[in-house]
Design a binder for this molecule. Sequence first.
Ligand SMILES: NC(=O)c1ccc[n+]([C@@H]2O[C@H](COP(=O)([O-])OP(=O)(O)OC[C@H]3O[C@@H](n4cnc5c(N)ncnc54)[C@H](O)[C@@H]3O)[C@@H](O)[C@H]2O)c1
Length: 288
Amino acid sequence: MTDTSGPSPADVAPIDDWNRLLDGRTAVVTGGGAGIGKAVCVLFARHGVHVEVAEVDADAAATTVAEIIAAGGSARSHVVDVTKPEAVSTFAADVLADHPALSVLVNNVGDYRPLVRFPDSTPESWQTMYAVNLQHIFAVTHAFLPTMMRQRRGSIINVHSVEAMRGYPGDPVYGAMKAAAAAFTTDLAIAVGRHGVRVNGIGPDLIQTPQVDYLSGYEDKTDLWPSWAPAGRLGWPDDVARVALFLASDLSAYVTGHNIPVDGGSLAGGRWFFSPTEGRFVNRPRNL
Ligand SMILES: NC(=O)c1ccc[n+]([C@@H]2O[C@H](COP(=O)([O-])OP(=O)(O)OC[C@H]3O[C@@H](n4cnc5c(N)ncnc54)[C@H](O)[C@@H]3O)[C@@H](O)[C@H]2O)c1
């Protein structure tokens, strides 16, 4: 008799419709009202997922949901400040009451503002960076992980920063919180992998959003993009959303515990600058 219980190529989940990679699933996206979070909500909805948007800005949340519904998708907004653990508990109870089989979570909220240089920082400013960049990842993940483990199906995506993976002189406390989010991603992935839950991170850089405006004041410097990003251009929220779609869907069924920079190559490029005047990469730029 053939033993059919062992490893088999059929362990790779079939993809029925490549245009609807998340068909029939439910996702929570925090900070879905603008920037990267909004692009994730809209792209996920196009791929058949029902999106539960957690957003502190009621108008922004409503706009995202209206766009999704106008395009034939399904979404609901929740006005919630994810830095408040009690608000996260109420939000999670609301979502799970209607969608107990939630299987995708994108922890996207994060902010470098207000930027405080380390010598000027205080216990209060450290707490602010902790609350907006790390604590809510613990709280929201803690709220939704049990249902994913019960179903043996889940994908958690933590949007942190490329500053999690390199030295960030601007605010080392912000950099430390993002690095902790990346480490949490890897650690949790190992802990829950055998329960069918995958955990991955995305480290954006150079993405044009309301929070980080790379265009204003640089209108006459667009020729320098090859110096700033090996990909040669500014990044957009859709660049990040597409990677999130890969990580949320069965395309990445065998990928867990990784932190993927979505940065146009800025991390890989290290300290090498492309000089348009010299026509080559330089590691000691005099004038780019
Ligand atoms: N844009 C970039 O180049 C870049 C670079 C590095 C890291 N990131 C990270 O990517 C993520 C998204 O960044 P973005 O540039 O799209 O940000 P953004 O500020 O443009 O958008 C964030 C959204 O989250 C909402 N939000 C903020 N605080 C909230 C809270 N406490 N509760 C609920 N919603 C809240 C905002 O209202 C807004 O709609 C963040 O974690 C950020 O740190 C972005």
